[in-house]
Every structure is written in structure tokens, then in C-alpha cells.
Design a protein around this ligand. Structure first.
Ligand code: BG6
Length: 519
């Protein structure tokens, strides 16, 4: 298994086997905004296999040329690398084709099979096959089933034992709507493909700064000894967005922020902060440790949800000087919706390292700005040595990981400002990606697509991780969906503010914590 953290391994990527990437849901936003730009950028960086093919599959009737045209327009708007090099785009797009088919129609899969087999025949070499499910979750079971029936997932069938290429399926979120459906989907998939063929994507794991959490923790000797309850008082994880629900109300109103962000992205961040050193940087070793963290999270009993979790929904307000509507006035949101656009909670991890350390989590839409941050708050010093001087309170050290934007790491320390008096003032020691490395970090999807081509599942979520994280949110979902359960109101908060006051109270009722860190 390759090590995703050794950049030297990237040099050998040219040796990757030929690969065909089949994208189901090719006419959707994800394909044009994220997936094709990611593949294009990998191509320009020379990281795609020499022989590659991209096949878009969707219901819409469209020619291959029209599909390429749509992608070109979208690339101009969404790719981190603009389309300045026409020749590169022409070469790339000559490997892109389109197949119009219903996702449940066997005929489409037969055509796809023919296409893939023709590709192998004409090039004289077998291509690895990656099937990307960028569709509505309604098709997450149907497509693998049809692929399997068509013999496209069965590796023994498709590939000879001398070149055991592996067909892989990448599945987008949401993976299930609750524990039962997540578990059901895992079981169904297991009857069509082996676990090592299934790549459940969580794009947060593809973010450079998220991966850096592991490098930071396990490549710097000075932090690991203090990474525990003896030195850390609490941890905050904030995923804040200034955007509203946009044109995704159809999906979001059924999901809510707990399912959309907390059950997946936030749980993954929590795992990476809290996990024990894995025995190796390999898919199963890292995922084993993440599962142990999830299993140690104390599940909040439904009767205590009102004290440990807060939900909110944005009201009309202002973002960046512009008036924005409240959630209930967004197109596509049902009149009697009780869906939350903000969630905050306190979680405890019952293991040796984290006993007694609260993890405060919040995620919300229409907050003042887009910022994702993890902050690790250390205990204060035991005694104020400077109490006779003009020193009010000594502030604790805070180590913060800015996941986005302004990617970096900073450590807040206390220092004495120049002058004859003894004063203590907090200052920051900062590391910024932009300044230190001078390169723009690649998009999360670039890294994840590449890892899938390399058959490296370290940054993908395993079946048991999914189920364990559903178990954590289930009682909260239960309390929040129970209409008779009035102790968990959906608090309103004005768009452009940091969420409901109740979320501030959730954290400040803890002795010694004054409130959420200001972002
Ligand atoms: C997605 C959610 O998974 O993540 C969206 O469905 C959210 O609602 C998005 O806006 C945030 O991703 P990022 O990378 O912009 O932080």
C-alpha cells in the first residue's frame, strides 16, 4: 500500500495503470464544478496516467461534443487553473465522451461495457475502471447493482490474474439518511463489490490542511506528549459558511446541517485531532484508529440532547453588506420546515487520552464568514506569578488549525510588550501555507481522485466509520425530529451573526471557558 504522505511517491505517478473514469451524474453540478476541473488539473500537472479516458453518463440526451462544450464553460468559471492553455484542453477533452442512459436501464450498462471493452481492445491494454457516483443518493444502490449485473464490478471476470486491475466505485455523500439506511446501504454494496472496491468520499479529507493535521501531530515531537487531558482543557471545531442553502433546498431541507456537515466532515476532523498514532500510514491502520475514536465518543442520551446540543435556523439578515432572506423564505423550503441550518454540541471522548476534555462543535450556514477552524485550548498556568503587576487574566495557549480560507497554523502565547512595566499580552506565532510554500494547494477532489487511481483508500471512509458516526448523531436527530419534544427549539439567528445565543451559553456554562473562540 502506498503512503499518501510521502510526496516522493508522486513522482512515480506516470507509471499508474491506464484508467477509465466513468462519471454517473455527468450533467450535474458536481461533475462540472469539481470533478472535471480536478481531472483537468491533474492532467496539466502530469499526474494522470498516460492513458486515461473520462466517460460521462447521465439521463440528458446530449452529444459528446455538447458535453465537452458544457465542461469547457464550467472549467472557465470553476477550475483553479484557468483555461489558458487551449492545446492542453484539446488533448484532455479528446479523452472525454458521453453516454446518455437512465441509471436503472440495463441497456445503458451493456453499452457502457461495450465502450470500455472497445477501449481496452483498441489500446491493446486493460484499463482500470473507476465508477464515480455523482448522482442523487437514490441511485447509490441501483448503479452498483446494475454494474455488478453487467459484470463490470466483478474483478475476476473483467481482469486476468496477471494484471489484476480492480474496478472501483466512488460514492458521494450523503451515505444514508440515518443509521439504518447507512447500514442498509453498506450491506447492499457488500453484495455487489468488495469493501476494497468501495471508496466513500468525504472531500474534507482531501483538503491539504486536513491532511496536515496528521503530519503536524506525528512529525513534530514536541506536541504529542502534551496532546491529552493533562494539558488540553477543550477543543473547538467550527465549520462556518456565509452561504445559505442556495439552490439545494430540495436536498438540504430533508437533511439539515447535522446530516450535511456534522455526521461526516466534522466527525472526520474530530477523528484526526483525537486518534492514537496509527501503526502505519495505511488505509486500514488509519481507519482503525478513527473508528476507535468514534466508538469512544459518549453518545448523548436523547433525554440530555437539550442540554448538550443546540439547533438554529437563519432569519433574514445581512451578509457582506447585502440583505439576504431567512431560511423559510428560500425557494424550495417547505413552509412548516423545522430543518436546522446551525448545530452546536458538546461531545466527550471516553478514553484514556481525552477523559474530561469537552469537544465543542459548531456548523452553520449564513454565519458572518466562511471559516473552518480547529482550536486546541491548553490549560492555564497553575499560578499567576505576575498578580502584583498590571496583569488581569492570563490567557491559555491556543493552537489553531485554519482549514480554510487563509490555511495555516497558529499558536497563541503570552508575551511581555516592551516597556518598564510587567504586562502580559497574547500574541500569535503563525505559519501560513501561502507564505511558506508559495503554491496554491490543490483542490480536495484532485487528491482524492488520484488516490483512488492509486488504489489508496487512506483518505476515504470505511463502512464501520460511517455506521459509528451515525450512531453518535442518532439521538440528536431523534430529539430534533420528535415534534412533541419541545425542549429543543429551533432558535432563530439573524443571517450574518454567529448563530443562536443558546450556542454561546452551551460553551460558556463550562467553568473556565468564556465562549467560542472569535474567528
Ligand atoms: C458539502 C455540503 O459537503 O460541503 C455543503 O453538502 C457545504 O452544504 C460544503 O457547503 C462545504 O464544503 P467546503 O469545501 O466549501 O467547506
Amino acid at each position: 500500500m502506498t503512503n499518501p504522505f510521502k510526496s516522493s511517491e508522486l513522482t512515480s505517478l506516470r507509471e499508474l495503470p491506464p484508467c477509465a473514469v466513468v462519471i454517473f451524474g455527468a450533467s450535474g453540478d458536481l461533475t462540472s464544478r469539481k470533478l472535471v476541473p480536478a481531472l483537468y488539473n491533474l492532467f496539466v500537472d502530469g499526474l494522470l496516467p498516460k492513458q486515461f479516458e473520462v466517460i460521462g453518463v447521465a439521463r440528458r440526451d446530449m452529444s459528446g461534443e455538447a458535453f465537452v462544450q458544457v465542461l469547457e464553460e464550467s472549467l472557465k468559471a470553476h477550475s483553479r487553473r484557468k483555461l489558458s492553455d487551449k492545446a492542453a484542453w484539446q488533448t484532455f477533452s479528446s479523452h472525454v465522451s458521453y453516454l446518455s442512459s437512465e441509471f436503472d436501464a440495463p441497456k445503458g450498462y451493456a453499452l457502457l461495457k461495450e465502450k470500455l471493452e472497445a477501449l481496452d481492445r483498441e489500446s491493446g491494454i486493460q484499463h482500470d475502471r473507476i465508477f464515480y457516483l455523482a448522482t442523487s443518493p437514490d441511485y447509490f444502490e441501483i448503479i452498483p447493482k446494475q454494474l455488478s449485473v453487467a459484470g463490470l464490478l466483478n474483478s475476476e471476470h473483467v481482469f486476468s490474474s496477471e494484471s489484476p486491475g480492480l474496478a472501483r466505485v466512488i460514492i458521494e455523500k450523503p451515505f444514508g439518511h440515518d443509521l439504518a439506511s447507512g447500514r442498509g446501504l453498506n450491506r447492499a454494496l457488500a453484495s455487489y463489490a468488495r469493501e476494497d472496491q468501495i471508496y466513500r468520499i468525504d472531500h474534507y479529507l482531501g483538503k491539504e490542511t486536513v491532511q496536515n493535521l496528521l503530519v503536524f501531530r506525528f512529525s513534530n515531537g514536541i506536541f504529542e506528549p502534551i496532546w491529552n487531558h493533562k494539558y488540553i482543557s477543550h477543543v473547538e471545531i467550527s465549520v462556518c459558511e456565509s452561504v445559505g442553502v442556495g439552490n439545494r433546498a430540495g436536498y438540504f431541507d430533508r437533511a439539515g446541517i447535522l446530516r450535511d456537515i456534522v455526521q461526516n466532515h466534522v466527525m472526520q476532523l474530530l477523528c484526526l485531532v483525537a486518534l492514537e498514532p496509527p501503526v502505519a500510514f495505511e488505509a486500514d491502520a488509519v481507519r482503525d484508529e478513527k473508528v476507535k475514536v468514534l466508538r469512544s465518543v459518549r453518545v448523548i442520551p436523547q433525554s440530555e440532547v437539550s442540554q448538550k446540543a443546540v439547533r438554529g435556523r437563519y432569519l433574514a439578515g445581512h451578509i457582506a453588506g447585502k440583505d439576504v432572506p431567512g431560511y423559510l423564505a428560500e425557494p424550495g423550503v417547505s413552509e412548516d420546515s423545522v430543518t436546522e441550518t446551525f448545530a452546536a454540541m458538546e461531545l466527550m471522548i471516553d478514553n484514556w487520552r481525552w477523559a474530561g476534555v469537552p469537544f465543542f462543535i459548531r456548523a452553520g450556514k449564513r454565519l458572518p464568514k466562511r471559516v473552518t477552524e480547529i482550536s486546541v485550548h491548553f490549560h492555564k498556568v497553575p499560578l499567576t506569578l505576575f498578580s502584583g503587576e498590571e496583569v488581569d487574566v492570563l490567557r491559555p495557549n491556543i493552537l489553531s488549525f485554519q482549514i480554510q480560507p487563509d490555511e495555516g497554523i497558529s499558536l497563541k502565547i503570552s508575551a511581555k510588550p516592551p516597556g518598564p512595566k510587567v504586562q502580559v499580552q497574547p500574541v500569535n506565532m503563525e505559519f501560513s501555507y501561502g507564505t511558506s510554500f508559495g503554491v496554491e494547494p490543490p483542490e480536495a477532489y484532485e487528491r482524492l481522485l488520484l488516490d483512488c487511481m492509486r488504489k489508496d483508500a487512506t483518505l476515504f471512509t470505511r463502512n464501520d466509520e460511517i455506521e459509528e458516526s451515525w450512531k453518535i448523531v442518532m439521538p440528536i436527530l431523534g430529539a430534533w425530529s420528535d415534534k412533541g419534544y419541545t425542549s429543543c427549539p429551533v432558535y432563530g439567528y439573524k443571517a450574518g451573526t454567529w448563530g443562536p445565543v443558546a450556542a454561546d451559553e452551551l460553551i460558556s456554562k463550562r467553568v473556565g471557558i468564556s465562549g467560542w473562540r472569535r474567528l
